[in-house]
Design a protein. Structure first.
Length: 101
């Protein structure tokens, strides 16, 4: 568990979950672009190819890695990229670690 939010750590978690399912090719964290969709909302949309089960695993690992609690009612459309995930984690870190502003 770490107390510092790290984009690299977020990408490592995503790459680790990605590699748990047989894929056409391996993926390392440096290959994950900040604004590339992690999963598709529409059929045929280009993305890393993660699915809803991967998203649950990623959420669980993010909670454990950063000692945060993610809201259960997150809209998947709001968390499709590393940039969006980082923005949410920063917000939650402020709210849950530093208290109200």
């Amino acid at each position: 568990m770490t107390t510092d939010l790290s984009e690299q750590r977020v990408k490592e978690i995503i790459a680790d979950v990605y590699m748990r399912t047989p894929r056409d090719r391996p993926l390392t964290w440096p290959e994950i672009q900040n604004d590339y969709p992690l999963y598709s909302l529409d059929e045929g949309e280009e993305s890393l190819g993660l699915d809803s089960l991967d998203a649950v695993e990623i959420a669980t690992e993010l909670e454990e890695a950063f000692d945060l609690v993610l809201p259960t009612e997150i809209d998947p459309a709001d968390l499709r990229t590393v940039s969006q995930v980082m923005a949410l984690l920063k917000q939650l870190f402020r709210e849950q670690r530093e208290g109200p502003a």
